[in-house]
Design a protein around this ligand. Structure first.
Ligand SMILES: [Zn+2]
Ligand SMILES: [Zn+2]
Length: 147
């Protein structure tokens, strides 16, 4: 079940929040009363941008998926989720698009590696065949000479 997150302070029913990522947590600040609450983010390795990538708005509604036990945010203006910023293996901050590109690059690289390995194997087979042919020629000659 998806539940809308409402401010936890007694008497406040605010459901618009400023968001920021702190470690693996999402810190939500109620726009009405300033109450802060932290939510654990299930996926690690990224943090959320505090303003909407589409409309630059800084207020988000928060939702909790009670089955998956995770929290997610949507811009109150346009409904877009906040952009995720990932940190790559070199410690650079990259967007999710760049991350996908990196993954594609890695996949291509490993395909390339495999192609190289295959080429080496084919070369070895060709070499092996050469040796075999030489041996056969040698045996042939030996048999002819020993007749
Ligand atoms: Zn509040
Ligand atoms: Zn927006």
């Amino acid at each position: 079940m998806i539940r809308t997150v409402v401010c936890q302070r007694d008497g406040c029913s605010g459901n618009n929040f400023f968001i920021e990522s702190i470690d693996n947590k999402l810190r939500a600040t109620c726009r009405e009363c300033g109450e802060k609450s932290d939510y654990i983010l299930n996926d690690v390795g990224y943090y959320l941008v505090s303003s909407c990538n589409e409309c630059k708005n800084e207020a988000f509604k928060l939702f909790v998926d009670t089955e998956k036990k995770n929290v997610f945010a949507k811009c109150v203006e346009c409904g877009e989720p906040p952009e995720k910023i990932f940190v790559d293996e070199y410690g650079n901050q990259i967007s999710s698009k760049e991350r996908i590109l990196n993954e594609v690059k890695e996949a291509l690289y490993s395909v390339n590696q495999r192609m190289c390995n295959l080429e080496i194997k084919v070369e070895n087979i060709e070499k092996g065949q050469g040796i075999l042919e030489e041996s056969l020629a040698y045996i042939n000659r030996y048999m002819i000479e020993s007749r």
